[in-house]
Design a protein around this ligand. Structure first.
Ligand code: FES
Length: 105
């Protein structure tokens, strides 16, 4: 059974393989920041610090939203500030193995 570690809280959750990350944690009482829950607002953005390969590849909708998030983030924090960092949407990402994440502020 895969685990999701919230590194900013030092918490770890077991999740069903293939579950959406946000839903899996919400079902266990841990609510991540969120908005639309449909992949378009970006409020549930997370940084995946370990195990990014264990998430299903992003859909076109998720990819477009993540690109917008990156542009906005780098305009505020400097070009390249997200280089080599993996950004995903908790409401879209399906978990197939162990991952470590934290909300991207
Ligand atoms: S909650 Fe809006 S994109 Fe995930």
């Amino acid at each position: 059974m895969p685990t999701v570690s919230l590194i900013h809280k030092n918490l770890q959750f077991y999740v069903e393989e293939g579950e959406i990350l946000f839903d899996a944690l919400d079902n266990q009482g841990e609510k991540l920041p969120h908005g639309c829950l449909a992949g378009s607002c970006g409020a549930c953005r997370i940084e995946v610090t370990e195990g990014a390969q264990n998430l299903k590849a992003p859909s076109a909708v998720e990819q477009n939203t993540v690109e917008s998030i990156k542009e906005h983030y780098e305009s505020k924090n400097g070009k390249g500030s997200l280089e080599n960092r993996v950004v995903r949407l908790a409401c879209r990402a399906r978990v197939f193995g162990d991952v470590s994440v934290k909300p991207l502020k």
